[in-house]
Design a binder for this molecule. Sequence first.
Ligand SMILES: Cc1cc2nc3c(=O)[nH]c(=O)nc-3n(C[C@H](O)[C@H](O)[C@H](O)COP(=O)(O)O)c2cc1C
Length: 187
Amino acid sequence: MRNVAIVFHSGYGHTAAIANAVAEGAARVAGVTVNLIPVDRIGEYWNFLEEKTDAIIFGTPTYMGSASAQFKSFMDASSNVWGKWRDKLAAGFTVSASQSGDKLATLQQLAIFAAQHQMLWVSLGLMPGNNSTKGAADDLNRLGSFLGAMAQANADQGAEGVTESDKQTARTLGERVAVAATRWART
Ligand SMILES: Cc1cc2nc3c(=O)[nH]c(=O)nc-3n(C[C@H](O)[C@H](O)[C@H](O)COP(=O)(O)O)c2cc1C
């Protein structure tokens, strides 16, 4: 059995909706158990993350062009387990209100964070959607990301504003990481 954990923060429910979609995608893969871990409960999970997980997927809203303060607090606290996540798989997702909103900076922050933990980063693995005359706003990977999953949600809506295409993109990321975890035996 492989364990995939999703560690996330969500201030207003958008990133939580995407985290759920990532979990749904990972759970499609036989032999994989998925755990959703909100950062405000991270204290209960440090040992679990170190000892049981094969992959950790990081999710945060983009606040001021970077991870939220709550997620950054988790990042800084993880220095206590520095070196313990070596060779686990990692991936990331982020949500913002603007179509761009500087989400790439957040994903880069997550990828560097994973590298600091000597983890192996799994990219989104999708071709970009919505970038030609044949494309549409409901395409898979409509925001054209490669490093991780991006989602956009209108600032004046709650979780219902998270689009189905962004959820599908997130499910794809979860499934990809779970498949990779089944191939990547933990030593
Ligand atoms: C403090 C703060 C900073 C934000 N900064 C950005 C930003 O840099 N770019 C952007 O597009 N949206 C920004 N937003 C909007 C959020 O990214 C957006 O509402 C997101 O969906 C929130 O996700 P959540 O509900 O999981 O917290 C910001 C929101 C807040 C509260």
